[in-house]
Design a protein around this ligand. Structure first.
Ligand code: IPE
Ligand code: IPE
Ligand code: MG
Length: 253
């Protein structure tokens, strides 16, 4: 399989797209007798490290789960502290992201975010829109089921208005209506914090993603742990439903 193929070859050394559930902030803080918010704050440098590692290693896309559609049900004080943290982080980090060629986009139900956060997001997306080194998606007020529903709704509207035939809805058209449109599906999924679940993250796009879990809490997730996840990914044989022999033949062709 040649280097120009769009499908990742078996055993590809480097993922093109990494998706991370950054979990364990609250427990990190509670273990130290601190307020949960201290754990969320402590997670910010880890976000920075992951972005830097992706840029340095030439990984083209990174999607981070920062706040789920279900996280709105947390205590009001924690939600509002998180929202303030998102605003402050965007304000502080965007100049450097821009300087490093990172394009930032928020995926999720952005209309549910406060007006100030919506404004900062729109500015950051506009400022970094032409950058090509790393596509960084931050999932805010995001749910995989919401994403599938909003795609379905937009396709249904197109059918109702006569611009699309129902028979023409295929995987590629459906994928183009989802939040990650235009990006390859994640090759590697990382979840910190010990839970072995997807928690309504990218339900459609994770169909063939390699899953990697660690008990390490997000604020303790260091550069070595990230390297370990990438190393594990490189050792996986991705078969996409084929036999190992078929994949081997394709890889050597
Ligand atoms: C992840 O950490 C951050 C968000 C969900 C916003 P948690 O806040 O879920 O931390 P734990 O899982 O309670 O330790
Ligand atoms: C998933 O973590 C969402 C984010 C990390 C933003 P949660 O802590 O909300 O997931 P559950 O509740 O343990 O499944
Ligand atoms: Mg959690």
């Amino acid at each position: 399989m040649g280097a120009t193929d769009t499908q990742a070859p078996a055993g590809a050394a480097l993922p093109r797209h990494v998706a991370i559930i950054m979990d364990g902030n609250g427990r990190w803080a509670e273990q130290r007798g601190l307020a949960r918010h201290a754990g969320h704050k402590q997670g910010i440098p880890i976000v920075r490290m992951c972005i830097e590692e992706c840029v340095r290693r030439g990984i083209g896309a990174l999607t981070l789960f920062a706040f789920s559609s279900e996280n709105w049900r947390r205590p009001e004080a924690e939600v509002s502290q998180l929202m303030t943290l998102f605003v402050e982080s965007i304000e502080r980090e965007v100049p450097e992201l821009h300087a490093n060629g990172v394009r930032l986009r928020v995926i999720g139900d952005r209309h549910t975010l406060g007006v100030r956060l919506q404004a900062r997001v729109a500015e950051a997306e506009h400022e970094t829109r032409a950058n090509t080194r790393l596509a960084l998606q931050v999932a805010l007020s995001y749910g995989g089921r919401w994403d599938i529903l909003q795609a379905t709704r937009s396709l249904a509207q197109a059918v109702a208005s006569g611009s699309l035939r129902a028979a023409d809805i295929d995987e590629s058209r459906f994928g183009a209506a989802l939040e990650l449109a235009g990006l390859p599906d994640p090759d590697l999924f990382i979840r910190t914090g010990g839970e072995r679940r997807i928690s309504n993250f990218l339900l459609w796009n994770l169909a063939y993603t390699e899953l990697w879990f660690t008990d390490v809490l997000w604020p303790d997730f260091g550069v070595d742990a990230f390297a370990e996840a990438l190393g594990c990914f490189a050792s996986r044989e991705r078969r996409f439903g084929l036999t190992g022999a078929q994949r081997g033949a394709a890889a050597s062709a």
